[in-house]
Design a protein around this ligand. Sequence first.
Ligand SMILES: [Zn+2]
Length: 147
Amino acid sequence: METETGKSSAPQGRRGGIKFVLLHHGGCDSGGFHYRIDANGRVDAELDESERGQHPRSIGIVVEGDFDAEAPNDVQLAELRRLLLKLKLRYPAAELGAHRQVRGGVETTCPGRRFPMKALAEWSRTGLLDERDEVLRRDFEAQYSKI
Ligand SMILES: [Zn+2]
C-alpha cells in the first residue's frame, strides 16, 4: 500500500513509538482495538499494529466479556499472556496498562473490576520477562548451534 521508499522506515519508527499495551473488555464501547480475544481464546487482529487505535502510541487488546460482572476465563487469560509475550518481543519498552489508567479520557472501569489487572501487571514485570528471555535464548541457540 505504501511506497517502498520514503515510508519503508515508518513501521520501524512507529514500533519504537509504542509505549503501552492497553487492555480492554467487551464492556468497553470505545472501539479501535488491534486485537480481540473471544470467549474461546481465539485471537483476531482487527487493526494493523502500524495503525493508530483507540489511544496514540498504544496497542489495544480487547478481551470479550463483561469483567465488571465476571472474571475472564483461563483460556482467555492464557491466550492473552501468549499475545503479550509476542508483543513484548516486538516492543521491548512497552508497558502493560489498563484502559482506565489513561488520563484525560472518559471515566471507565475498563477492563472491568473483576479483570485480574494487578496480577497481570505483576506478571508482566516478572514471569513475562523470564518467558521472553527463554524465547530469545532458544532463538539464539537455533541460530548458532550448527557452528
Ligand atoms: Zn476500554
